[in-house]
Ligand binder design. Structure first.
Ligand code: SF4
Ligand code: SF4
Length: 113
């Protein structure tokens, strides 16, 4: 089992998860993070730390789509080792519907540019 980042991370990207992960397995896109499934040790520490409730175990009902999403983009995006400053408008996007359709960016985060 692994943990996965889901839709509500998009444009929130608070990054509390980065600081608590013991194996630094988060990868950074332009406006969300994902978990590398081969690196996650399933400790669960990150799940309650996410202010957006965007991290779930892969047994969660919404997880299947996001398991594929995390696997796909963790192979494309750079590893993020230290939390950065969240976007100024993060709170305005917390909980909005259809964030994958309307706001998701496939571009890598800063470290990959
Ligand atoms: S703490 Fe949650 S919203 Fe923030 S970057 Fe991590 S998964 Fe995304
Ligand atoms: S479950 Fe543990 S190892 Fe996996 S991403 Fe979260 S903090 Fe990192």
């Amino acid at each position: 089992m692994t943990y996965v980042v889901t839709e509500n991370c998009i444009r929130c990207k608070y990054m509390h998860c980065v600081d608590v992960c013991p194996v630094q397995c988060f990868c950074e896109g332009e406006n969300m993070l994902v978990i590398h499934p081969d690196e996650c040790i399933n400790c669960g520490i990150c799940e309650p730390e996410c202010p957006s409730n965007a991290i779930v175990p892969e047994t969660h009902p919404i997880a299947p789509t996001w398991t594929r999403h995390n696997a796909r983009y963790s192979a494309l995006w750079p590893n993020i080792l230290v939390a950065k400053t969240p976007p100024n408008d993060a709170a305005a996007f917390d909980g909005l519907p259809n964030k994958l359709r309307d706001y998701f960016s496939e571009k890598p985060g800063d470290d990959g540019s």
